[in-house]
Design a protein around this ligand. Structure first.
Ligand code: C2O
Ligand code: CU
Ligand code: CU
Length: 499
């Protein structure tokens, strides 16, 4: 059911169902990569839809990053952070064509930024590491939504402390819709927020024996791995399903852990959307793997009275490592779906969802990005240096090559792109829609086709980076300017540097 913010916080705090087993197991496993078994049954909280007001045709939201307390383990409140509350943030929602403004008031004791991951918007409004908001400061980014319906998200991006801030709970979804009446697939997909359409923010949490969040960015080459799995902030969550079909908007909001989602009974489900919007048609699968920051919308069919466990199976992290390294090798439960004794009928899945244009790359400018160590093209990010200058609106092909023996991923700000091939082979069907983040396994080489941002700016860059948060914080990032003619400065002027 749709919860008010107060109910959300109450439900989140009331995770008493977990029982004593959890605390016991945690104390013995706190420093390992193991995920101990948890008793399931705590209700899955649904982040509230953010209030907005219309001001002269602009939809205005307000977000207040703040510190708080959140109980992952009953009776052990952990220091946490949230937007407009103590953990996670409300779901922002707007339609294509709408102009939005987000009023941010930073009540943290540290500087932060507010980044809109997956959004096509001007670089100055993107909320990357150049748009710092001091403690006590404010910011009001504003732009017009100009992209298809999708499950995007927002999070902080202060260079060097993104892992810390994001993992403390500063994370929320930004759902985009088509304009009312535009139809396109989503009208017949389950779309009742908190009724048959649920956000599921999945994070691994590294909890110590006092139930506090801890970090270990250097303990593993890929960053902090947690020993507990939270769905919308709750360990051992269960969702009461009341309809024959339910849509789950899955976000991997972990710092380093990859999830390979499927169901305990091996059932087939359908992927209907990737990072940037609906696929051409529903894709039947038994697994969908998400690296940190990737999203997938799935539709699951249930029979009255049954239970289905959403699990993460051992992820495919490339074949070059022992299966247990870098967060591989393990299966664990994430969210239990409990179907009611009688279910409201849902419409059948549509045969087609969205038109995905095929991009003409015949004359595209080609750039190469080699991931080696925690560098891109042999450099850690230099916040003054412009690595690439692109022509606004142009189509480019970027080649992303992981030379390491462990996994990375690759995210580009300000755009959605298409994955052309992986090691020269076509990508699987569920990755043939719009993407903003791709996995790059060891020794893997992918090509992506990008329509560059439509906004020219010679001062404010967009970032691209590995979204394993420890790598990003270590500087595995670069920046590009989009300009009128594709030329521009190789250094940012002092005006562009606000750090
Ligand atoms: Cu999720 Cu640089 O972003
Ligand atoms: Cu981003
Ligand atoms: Cu990386």
């Amino acid at each position: 059911m749709l919860l008010s913010r107060r109910d959300f916080l109450r439900t989140t705090a009331a995770t008493a169902v977990l029982g004593p087993t959890l605390a016991v197991t945690l104390s013995s496993c706190a420093a390992t990569e193991d995920v101990p078994a948890v008793q399931f049954g705590a209700p899955l909280p649904v982040p509230p839809l953010a209030d907005s007001k219309l001001e002269g045709g602009v939809r205005v939201f307000s977000l207040v990053p703040q510190a708080g307390k959140h109980e992952f383990v009953p009776g052990k409140p952990a220091d946490s952070m949230g937007y407009n509350g103590s953990y996670l943030g409300p779901t922002l929602r707007a339609a294509r064509g709408e102009r939005v403004r987000i009023d941010v008031r930073n009540q943290l004791t540290d500087a932060t930024t507010l980044h809109f991951h997956g959004m096509r918007l001007p670089a100055a409004d993107d909320g990357g590491p150049h748009q710092m908001i001091d403690a006590g400061g404010t910011s009001s980014p504003s732009w017009t939504i100009s992209q298809p319906a999708a499950t995007l998200w927002y999070h902080p991006h202060p260079h060097g402390s993104t892992e810390k801030q994001l993992s403390m709970g500063l994370t929320g979804l930004f759902i985009l819709d088509e304009p009312a009446g535009a139809g396109e697939g989503s009208a017949v997909l389950p779309h009742g927020y908190g009724v048959d359409d649920f956000p599921v923010i999945v994070q691994d949490r590294r909890l110590d024996s006092n139930g506090q969040l801890t970090f270990d960015p250097n303990g593993n080459s890929t960053g902090t791995l947690g020993n507990s799995i939270a769905a919308n902030g709750v360990l051992g969550a269960a969702l009461k399903v009341t309809t024959e079909r339910v849509r789950l908007r899955l976000l991997n909001a972990s710092g380093a852990r990859w999830f390979n989602f499927g169901f305990g009974d091996g059932r087939t489900f359908h992927v209907v959307a990737s990072d940037g919007g609906l696929l051409a048609a529903p894709v039947p699968v038994t697994r969908v793997q998400l690296s940190p920051a990737e999203r997938a919308e799935i539709v699951v069919e249930l029979r009255a009275g049954e239970q289905a466990m959403l699990r993460s199976f051992a992820p495919n992290l490339g074949s070059v490592n022992p299966p247990d390294s870098f967060g591989g090798g393990k299966d664990f439960d994430v969210l239990r779906l409990d179907a009611a004794a009688s279910l409201t009928p849902s419409s059948a899945l549509p045969a087609t969802l969205a038109a995905i244009p095929s991009l003409d790359v015949a004359n595209a400018h080609i750039r190469s990005f080699t991931l080696n160590g925690q560098n891109i093209n042999n450099h850690a990010v230099d916040m003054n240096r412009v690595n690439e200058v692109v022509k606004k609106g142009a189509t480019e092909v970027w080649l992303v090559d992981n030379t390491n023996v462990y996994q990375h991923n690759f995210h580009v700000h300000g755009v959605q792109f298409q994955l052309l091939d992986v090691n020269d082979a076509p990508p699987p069907a569920h990755l043939r829609g719009w993407k903003d983040t791709i996995p790059v396994l060891p020794r893997e080489r992918s090509r992506i086709a990008i329509i560059m941002p439509d906004y020219a700016d010679t001062q404010h860059p967009y970032m691209y980076h590995c979204h394993l948060l420890a790598h990003e914080d270590q500087g595995m990032m670069g920046q590009y300017l989009a300009t009128e003619d594709g030329t521009g400065p190789s250094k940012l002027g002092m005006d562009g540097m606000q750090m």
